[in-house]
Design a binder for this molecule. Structure first.
Ligand SMILES: Nc1ncnc2c1ncn2[C@@H]1O[C@H](COP(=O)(O)OP(=O)(O)OP(=O)(O)O)[C@@H](O)[C@H]1O
Ligand SMILES: [Mg+2]
Length: 266
C-alpha cells in the first residue's frame, strides 16, 4: 500500500520544496517507486527538477480540472514526467492559481478532489509526496485530506514557531470533522540549520517541551549550505549536485529515519 506524504507549512521559504525533491529522490534511490506532486502555482519543484514549468501544457491543474468535471477517461500516467534521477513528477505552474476559485464553486466534495485522483493512481507507487504551497487555502486542504502523513519543515527561528499552532489547528480540524480521520503528523524537520548558534538549541528546547510528547521531531536535521541553494538551478537533487556534502548526508539520514519510523508505526 502506498504512503501519501504532504510536505506542508503555510510559512514561505522553509524548505518544503527542497525537502520534497530530496526526500522523493532519496526514496527512489532506495528502489521505491515515487511520485512527486508539485502542488504550488510557483512551480518550484517542477523548475528545481529542471523543467520549464510555464511551457508545460499538461500539469496537475489539468488533472484537477478533469476530476472537477468528472472526466475520468485519462490514462494513469497522464501528465506525469519521468525524471532522470528516478522519480515521477506531476508538475505545476501558475495555472494552478485559478483552481482554488473553481474548487470553491463546487457544491459538493471540494476538499476531496485530489484524494479522488490519488485513489485512481496510488497503487502505481510506494510513495506519493505532495509539495504544498505556502498557504492554508483550499488547494492545501486538498493535499491534507489526500495525505496519510504530514511532514512539517521548519526554520528553527522564533517567528517560525508561532505559525505552527495555526497549522496544528487546521490539521486537527481536518481529523476531527471527518475529512481525513487517520491523518498523522510524521514529524517536524528542521531545515537551514546553523547549529553553531544558541537560537537553534533554544528553539529546539521550546518545541521539545511544548510538543515533544505528541509530535516527533526528526533527529536528522538539515544544515544550511550554499550547495542546497545552488542545486535547483542545475535541475538536480542534492545527491547528484553535492554527493558527499553535509546536506546530502542529512537528507539521506532523514530519509532513513522516516522509513524506520514508518516500519515502527506499522
Ligand atoms: N539547507 C539549505 N541550505 C541553504 N539554503 C536552502 C536550504 N534548503 C533550502 N534552501 C533555500 O532556501 C530557499 C527556500 O527553500 P524552499 O524553496 O525549499 O522553501 P519552500 O518552503 O518550498 O518555499 P515556498 O514557501 O516559497 O514554497 C530556496 O532558495 C532554497 O534553495
Ligand atoms: Mg516551495
Amino acid at each position: 500500500m502506498s504512503k501519501i506524504i504532504a510536505i506542508c507549512n503555510q510559512k514561505g521559504g522553509v524548505g518544503k520544496t527542497t525537502t520534497s525533491i530530496n526526500l522523493g529522490i532519496g526514496l527512489a534511490r532506495k528502489n521505491k517507486k515515487v511520485l512527486l506532486v508539485d502542488f504550488d502555482p510557483q512551480g518550484n519543484a517542477t523548475q528545481g527538477l529542471g523543467y520549464d514549468a510555464d511551457a508545460l501544457e499538461k500539469t496537475v491543474t489539468t488533472i484537477i480540472r478533469k476530476m472537477i468535471n468528472k472526466d475520468y477517461t485519462f490514462e494513469k500516467d497522464f501528465g506525469i514526467l519521468h525524471h532522470e534521477e528516478g522519480i515521477d513528477l506531476l508538475p505545476a505552474n501558475i495555472d494552478l492559481a485559478v483552481i482554488e476559485t473553481e474548487l470553491i464553486s463546487l457544491f459538493f466534495g471540494r476538499e476531496t478532489i485530489l484524494k479522488n485522483y490519488f485513489d485512481r493512481i496510488r497503487e502505481e507507487y510506494d510513495y506519493i509526496i505532495i509539495d504544498c504551497m505556502p498557504s492554508l487555502n483550499l488547494i492545501t486542504i486538498n493535499a491534507l485530506v489526500a495525505a496519510d502523513q504530514v511532514i512539517i519543515p521548519l526554520h528553527a527561528q522564533y517567528y517560525s514557531v508561532r505559525g505552527l499552532e495555526q497549522l496544528f489547528q487546521t490539521i486537527g480540524s481536518i481529523i476531527s470533522n471527518g475529512l481525513n480521520p487517520s491523518l498523522k503528523i510524521a514529524g517536524i524537520l528542521y531545515t537551514c540549520v546553523n547549529d553553531r548558534t544558541n537560537s537553534f538549541r533554544g528553539i529546539h528546547n521550546i518545541l521539545e517541551n511544548a510538543y515533544g510528547q505528541d509530535i516527533h521531531i526528526f533527529k536528522n536535521y538539515i544544515p544550511r549550505s550554499v550547495k542546497a541553494e545552488e542545486a535547483p538551478s542545475y535541475g538536480q537533487s542534492i545527491y547528484t549536485y553535492d554527493q558527499s556534502g553535509k546536506v546530502s548526508m542529512a537528507y539521506r539520514g532523514f530519509t532513513d529515519e522516516l522509513i524506520l519510523l514508518d516500519e515502527e508505526r506499522g
